[in-house]
Write a protein that binds this ligand. Structure first.
Ligand code: FES
Length: 326
């Protein structure tokens, strides 16, 4: 694993609660190249790792730019970035940018829908689509013009006719009319969605008649917290304690009904990387040796579920003991 050392070279306040961070190599070297839709995993302190999408022109090896929403109720990463980080501070990323949300450059038409801070990867996609001379349009949903990050740049990148802004004043019923936007899928048209869970679910519902492999989405930030609380309400009652054995470490423990596997790993000084703590970023993936899992993540494919578990959210099925490969 090759660690990459970055330093903060610029910070700009884009809206009342969104800051843009520019990161360059701390050793004045060129950075690994990347393509539109990529993210980096910033190591924050000993245990925290946060995934941030890159927003600048894809392939820029001088700098990485990302925008971060300060989430008062989040897990602390965004508060730390907003409140504690200054120009000159250094960070580590363990690997080059990763892309879980790539453009399909063979598509004949691209429709992008971004909500709030979800604009971050879409901005980099705009640069690429313009470079390709592609046919594209962005719908950018925010509460108000003042709370719209990169407002002027987005018009510059996408063109006046290439973007439609939807400001709902905080009431989604005043926002984008999804049935109008997604009515009929044109031949070869692809859809990219990034934003809060509510927006993603609404767009996926409205696009349910679109071909599956043409709809791409990436869940972002504060939406997760909303989704998490909704899900906790459903699952708390039925959660049961279960046994976990760590094959390599030779440790066994019981996961109580109100704790996750990852919390018990930390309590036993077993280090596992994490970021979202919500089952979607993939960082806490651990090998599964035996036991039936109640998979609660949104990251693993069906084919991976027999051999892996996301230890931040998933649990054992009733009466099962899990043996993990750590
Ligand atoms: S920490 Fe993100 S999936 Fe577990």
């Amino acid at each position: 694993m090759s660690l990459i050392k970055l330093k903060v070279s610029d910070i700009q306040q884009l809206t009342i609660n969104i800051k843009m961070f520019e990161l360059k190599s701390a050793n004045d070297e060129l950075l690994p190249s990347w393509d539109a839709g990529s993210h980096i995993d910033l190591q924050i302190g000993d245990h925290m790792r946060r995934s941030y999408s890159l927003a600048n022109k894809p392939g820029d090896t001088e700098r990485y730019e990302t925008a971060i929403l300060r989430e008062a109720d989040g897990g602390g990463g965004s508060k730390y970035m907003h409140d504690e980080v200054s120009i000159g501070d250094e960070f580590i990323i363990a690997e080059p940018p990763t892309n879980l949300f790539p453009l399909d450059e063979k598509a004949s038409r691209h429709l992008l829908i971004g909500g709030g801070i979800g604009i971050t990867p879409l901005r980099s996609m705009g640069y690429r689509l313009r470079e390709l001379g592609a046919d594209f349009h962005l719908h950018y949903c925010t509460k108000s013009k003042e709370e719209t990050a990169f407002y002027e740049e987005i018009i510059e990148i996408f063109g006046v006719d290439g973007v439609t802004f939807h400001h709902d004043g905080g009431n989604p019923s005043n926002g984008i009319k999804l049935d109008d936007v997604l009515g009929a899928q044109e031949e070869g048209q692809h859809l990219y969605i990034c934003g809060p869970g509510g927006l993603i679910n609404a767009v996926r519902d409205a696009a349910s008649h679109w071909q599956d492999d043409t709809v791409h989405f990436e869940l972002f930030s504060s939406a997760n917290s909303d989704q998490k609380s909704a899900e906790v309400g459903l699952s708390e009652k039925s959660d049961q304690p279960f046994e976990v054995e760590l094959k390599q470490s030779g440790i066994s423990f019981t996961v109580p009904e109100d704790k996750s596997i990852i919390e018990l790993l930390w309590a036993n000084n077993v280090d596992v990387m994490y970021a979202c703590e919500d089952g979607w970023c993939g960082n806490c993936k651990v090998g599964l040796i035996s036991g039936k899992v109640d998979h609660r993540d949104e990251f693993l494919d069906e084919s991976d579920r027999a051999n892996f578990i996301q230890v931040c959210v998933s649990r054992a099925m009733p009466g099962e003991k899990l043996v993990l490969d750590i």
